[in-house]
Ligand binder design. Sequence first.
Ligand code: FAD
Length: 669
Amino acid sequence: MKNKTYSIFGAGASGLYTAWRLLNGEPDSKQGEEKRLLAGDTLELYDWGKYDFTKENPGTRAAGARVCTWHYNNDSSQAYLELGGMRYSAWNGQPGAQNPGHRLVTTVINKLDLDKYSVPFNVSANTLFYLRTKNMYLNDISSSNPAPYNVDNYGATTSPDTGFSTIESLAVDPDASPKTRAEWCEFYQNGAINVELPESSVFQKGDKLKNIGYWNLLFDQLGSEGFQYTADGNGYTSNIINWNAAVAIQANDEFTPGSQYKTLTKGYSSLFNALFSAIVQLANQKGIIFDYQPDTRLHSILDQNGKVHFSLATREHPDKKAALKVSDAAWLAMPPYALELVAQATRYADVEGLDVLNHERVQNYLSSAIMQPSYKIGMFFDTPWWINDPNNKNNPVYQAPILAWEITMVVLEALAKKGFPLRYIEKINNCNTILNTPYASSAALIEAVVQCINERLTIEQEKELLAASQRNTIGPSITDTPIRQVVYFGNNALDRDAKPVYGILASYDDEQFTSFWEELEYGNNDAEKVPFSENYQPLIGPRKATAVMVKMLRQQLAALHFGPQADYSIIPEPLECRYMDWSLPPFNAGYHAYAAHYDVCDVQQKIRKPSQLISNADANIFIVGEAYSNDQAWVEGAFCTAESVLNDFFGVLPIIDDENYPFICPCGR
Ligand SMILES: Cc1cc2nc3c(=O)[nH]c(=O)nc-3n(C[C@H](O)[C@H](O)[C@H](O)COP(=O)(O)OP(=O)(O)OC[C@H]3O[C@@H](n4cnc5c(N)ncnc54)[C@H](O)[C@@H]3O)c2cc1C
């Protein structure tokens, strides 16, 4: 029997996951046996960039593609910031459909033995806002202290996220709301406005949400000021663009109680180092040739009589065809902009064959993902000036809201060891409103516990409880200025004895705000030397910020934490400041969102093997990754599309029971 070659293009989340599962997956059938890789077969992995995977395979920046951990001074024992993806929603391992969490990311972390590095990554319950030059905390917004927006129906007297729930209530009955993945998928297809709306409203009862742009709907229902308050105050501009309203309603429901966000103490990139090492080890064990080729990009791709024919280009000359190769199956594990570049080269390639990517129906489905540029700027300081600290020259007027109290299972175990009454522990454990819920004040937590156990605590017990449950959140703070969100990482260095440095994401912004920072990537006297299409900064790694960018950041941080009149110099000069511009190639987007007027279930089912959209065609070319997944903007989506392709087209047994957790939308299948 002839040896097989499988080729993966893209060494980000979906590409690495595919390689790992091709090597460790169990066949579910005879077809699975035939398709699995055996000793002597070849598994190729190409990437346009070169990531720092292992000592033997070093690179220009941390592993993970759109995940990119950046350590102070590039020293992995020092504090770090996440300049790309940063956290996951932990799953409790229970199969029931209503258990929240990213099941594949949690499973991979567990299987790679990274559980020991997994820690909570909590969002503050009392956000600090700076909107229209007014500083305020979420808990202080009320009818006597409204947010500075002229919103109808007292809309500025509550959280800006109320706008999201107002829209959700047009289509979702709180007593019968979709709760499981399958129910939400059904909602994407059939969810409709189910309340009577005034005749003046553009949208009416019965209108299907999948055919409505979310911005259009927000504007129609909340009015100009209501829309603006929600848009400014939720922090992510990508949440309020004109995307598919059915999907937007589910996505903006994300911060509901019950989700426990986590990250890895070694940085999120370490997940991808571990995956790469596992791939190398498995290939060695099984005698499969693992051919990793960094700095090499897929240039064009066609199917010829059941074989995949492709051309490659080097990183040095990415637009010039450099080699021709043949494979039995190919995975395009890359985002839509990168796919479009391959489609363009294929369109003009003078070779016979089935050009899958350029078929009209495939192009139409590829257009269903809207590119969402995003930008992160990290800063390290020698003092945590955003909280009260004895080392600060000036303590902030508006402190970062990072202090929180949260009871987790680990906290309960610690309390048990300290001799905290077991009957209290049992009761708290059974009060599911308390567990994993962050409280913004110690008093609020004590009050909740007292209510739950129905007894008073002694002063000693209160102290023990607060000491065990206190943790810092990451904020964020939110503003309508171009920094948009500030995320507080602090001193998270693994080496606790080293001189501390404190990190923040001084800006986490997206959509039009990315262009605000782009002009500051240059000094005031610099002329543009590199065309936008050839600026591959995200592949090279976090780039040092210019003096003008740093000054602009300090101005906006000063207003957020010291008030609108504060001088920029009240914020200390950072020790180091670097950025990642996710609007640049080959990503051109930090994440993606489905457009309106698409059946996103059908897109998910068909685009992963695009020849399904072409009559009488069957090409072994697959598309995997976050962009066309059921978990856009998450690593989970990248893993899930990859798993679904292997299950449905390569006869690989699902990595976990998928009965209650369809990896992609089943669309009634
Ligand atoms: C700012 C930001 C914040 C985020 N926050 C989170 C978060 O908190 N949690 C979370 O889970 N996710 C988050 N995400 C999203 C997450 O990072 C992505 O969903 C995920 O990493 C995407 O993986 P992927 O495999 O689909 O694609 P990518 O990571 O984009 O990998 C694609 C790879 O393909 C390569 N490539 C491109 N073209 C070619 C070619 N022609 N030939 C060969 N190789 C090519 C690229 O170099 C790249 O390495 C965030 C992303 C960003 C940018």
